[in-house]
Design a protein around this ligand. Structure first.
Ligand code: ATP
Length: 522
């Protein structure tokens, strides 16, 4: 039984997270008061912070990998010709089947995978139709026969201008922007490669069945880095020595059905699996981002190799990054590392007539692209899944401080006797350093629970002793331990604790709570 199955005792983990997300302001359906449409979500005040924290960590980390990596920003609406050049108009299709009676439309591969518990990635319409017929699969809603599978293009088309004659499209991925900007940026960046262009921004796909709640959206955010490089130097990586002994967690295409993980050093991956050094180096950096920076447990992370049938025809190497989520019943894709060859620049050169070749030394060529592509919303869901804890006394998100929407909550014990004034002054000082929340309503136990439930790692309680000796109680979310810290030293102490330079127990004099923290229902 997976963690997420409904238990007779109450809602499953996914429902619980959804409920907290909506109630506390992480996210909820967009335009809800008018009856929301599937696949569109609003980020509330906490979700917006969580998303921005994730995006900023991503930016700082991946743009920090090289002095030649930069971010650009671009329009979301683009001319038809762009998608003729990129191949999206011809190929950006999902297989669709329709019920012959209720006319509900389903994504055929998902319907088959759900029913037969097998991977059908890469099959064409005829093969999918045959599987439906051979296995007598029927409409999951009304039990009637399903019609033959056909392709459905997932781009949103728009009529632009007063005449409506100009057809444009909402971009289905952020990646096209760096390809279109390539020539300008190559010139501006002094004609050197490798260089990288990142985009963090919205993408739009008219998904046939945007199920799994927050995971498959029609409007979503991507964080993508396109690295342009010389294909003759793909077996070189500047900082190879730093990663060559680092072990990658791989699920190779040949082992996909049993989900076996191969742990192998970058050096071995290069030597034995012929994964080029530049690719393996970037895999190591992606894995370190998840394991070392975000604190995802290693056993919840894997790279899954896509074989020739499953990956896009232009991808020479393709590993998805998958995280093991109880809410989704196992490992699910949150990102990918794609070696896209010169498909993109080549396609745009052909369709635009613009020469996108570079000349480096005496060599003239179209650069190849290594793409690191992340779905931000899927990653937001993943951290909510992976850091959620249900304890007998409370529910909490054990987010690392770097991700937490609020880092420190301030609790004046009572709303009288100068305690609010003292708290406000301290709050203003701390507010310059940390993301804060001032919570002065309800019992102190209830306030702790409220902050635990949204993942706030630290709390500061101001009481009568604070007025006499200028000390406050600092509470740790995960252990629920408390220490007494001098008000003047609080900022430095918190900074050290957050940076992992000081253990919480050593941050101040231990406080023995008068009674163990009890559940207090709101
Ligand atoms: P899937 O196979 O799940 O449809 P994909 O392989 O088509 O995804 P890519 O085109 O490689 O996805 O996009 C890169 C990333 O963008 C994905 O790894 C995923 O995290 C995110 N992404 C793609 N489609 C969606 C969507 N409909 N909703 C949310 N995120 C998405």
């Amino acid at each position: 039984m997976t963690e997420d199955k409904k238990s007779p005792k109450g809602p499953n983990k996914s429902d619980t997270i959804m409920m907290i997300a909506a109630k506390r302001g992480f996210f909820y359906p967009s335009a809800e008061i008018y009856g929301a449409k599937a696949g569109f979500w609003t980020y509330g005040h906490l979700g917006t912070r969580l998303k921005h924290n994730w995006e900023n960590l991503w930016r700082n980390y991946f743009l920090g990998l090289s002095r030649s990596y930069f971010e650009i920003d671009d329009c979301h609406i683009m001319p038809k010709k762009v998608f003729e050049g990129s191949g999206h108009l011809a190929h950006f299709n999902d297989p669709l089947t329709e019920c012959s009676k209720c006319h509900f439309r389903f994504r055929a591969d998902q319907l088959i995978e759900d029913a037969l518990k097998t991977n059908v990635g890469g099959l064409d319409e005829a093969a999918l139709t045959k599987l439906i017929d051979d296995n007598k699969l029927l409409c999951p809603r009304c039990g009637s026969a399903l019609m033959p599978v056909k392709w459905f293009n997932m781009m949103f088309e728009m009529k632009v201008g007063a005449t409506g004659e100009d057809i444009m499209y909402l971009r289905p991925e952020s990646a096209q922007s760096p390809y279109l900007a390539f020539k300008r940026e190559f010139e501006a960046l002094r004609k050197k490669i490798p260089f990288g262009l990142a985009v963090v921004g919205k993408a739009y796909r008219n998904e046939i069945s945007p199920r799994q709640g927050f995971f498959r959206l029609r409007e979503f955010t991507q964080a993508e880095l396109q690295i342009f490089f010389d294909p003759d130097r793909i077996n070189e990586a500047e900082n190879w020595d730093f990663v060559k002994a680092y072990k990658l967690r791989l699920c190779l295409a040949k082992d996909a059905s049993e989900g076996k993980i191969t742990e192998i050093t970058c050096e071995e991956a290069n030597r034995e699996l012929k994964i080029p050094k530049f690719y393996a180096y970037n895999m190591a950096k992606v894995q370190q981002f998840y394991l070392s920076l975000l604190g995802i447990p290693a056993e919840k992370f894997r790279f899954r190799e896509l074989d020739e049938k499953e990956r896009a025809f232009y991808n020479k190497l393709h590993f998805d990054i998958e995280l093991d989520m109880g809410t989704l019943g196992g490992f699910k894709e949150v990102a990918g590392v794609h070696y896209r060859t010169n498909h993109d620049l080549g396609g745009h050169q052909e369709h635009s007539g613009e020469n996108l070749e570079v000349v480096i030394g005496d060599k003239r060529f179209i650069p190849h692209v290594l793409e690191l592509s992340f779905g931000v919303d899927r990653n937001v869901w993943a951290v909510m899944d992976l850091f959620y804890r249900q304890e007998p006394e409370r529910a909490l998100f054990a987010f690392p401080s770097l991700l937490a929407p609020i880092e420190v909550a301030m609790y004046p014990l009572v709303n009288k006797d100068n305690i609010p004034e003292y708290s406000s002054e301290l709050y203003s000082k701390l507010g310059k350093e940390f993301k804060m929340f001032f919570d002065d309503s309800g019992s102190i136990g209830r306030r702790y629970r409220r902050q635990d439930e949204i993942g706030t790692p630290y709390g500061v309680t101001v009481d009568y002793d604070s007025l006499n000796d200028n000390t406050v109680t600092l509470r740790d979310r995960d252990s629920m331990k408390q220490v007494r810290v001098k008000g003047d030293e609080l900022i430095q102490t918190l900074k050290k604790v957050i940076a992992g330079e000081l253990s919480f127990e050593k941050a101040g004099a231990p406080v023995v709570p008068k009674a163990p923290e009890k559940e207090e229902k709101e």
